[in-house]
Design a protein around this ligand. Sequence first.
Ligand SMILES: *Cc1c(COP(=O)(O)O)cnc(C)c1O
Length: 237
Amino acid sequence: MTDRADELRSNLLQVQERIEKACQAAGRSPDEVTLVAITKTFPVSDVRALAALGVRDVGENREQELKVKAPECPDLTWHFVGQLQSKKARSVVRNASVVHSVDRSSLVEALSKAAVAEEKTLRCLIQVSLAAYGSAEAATGAGRGGVEPSDVPDLAAEIAAADGLELGGVMAVAPLGSDPGEAFAGLREVASRLRSEHPGADWISAGMTGDLEAAIKHGATHVRLGRALLGTRPPLG
Ligand SMILES: *Cc1c(COP(=O)(O)O)cnc(C)c1O
């Protein structure tokens, strides 16, 4: 085993232990929580090494990276977790089975058209803004998109009615500089309201390296982990 494979193995074991402890504390079974390895900025050799260790779910936040890496590892389930321009919808649908970041009607239309053209069913999560739980500065921070909780039902109805799309649930990123537990508790309420209308929309994608325990406590079904598994990311070029 190479040094890097060894390092990934040890990181994965630590992450699995964190997930197990968090589940235990929350009275949940670890089987209810899927680890999605966010491999952005890391080479496809790392993806292969994680796959060899049993990781089946992998995510990227940029279309340019997804379209290069996903075809190299077609047996894995690829998730797209980043902001998405409608013109990139076709490429993302071709390379991923789940999009976590659906946040507007125009994107629903573009994804639906692409899914029909690719003859695929794409699972869509609605990205929910938790800015209301953050500080004022955090709310203005870039890259923390998502729809307001009050807009979730309308967008959900559009996804549920769209050809080629399947409504999967919700996704969120906790706001910076505040208690992620409060934010994820809010997300859980949004998720249960959604589920009462759409019983199949039962995924809650929440929790990253810094806050996976809080997310699991509040019902996360999918944790998206980058740094805890792969280490510090090189700065984006
Ligand atoms: C990068 C990223 C993650 C992983 O974050 P880490 O802090 O490295 O675990 C999760 N979700 C999204 C949307 C991301 O862009």
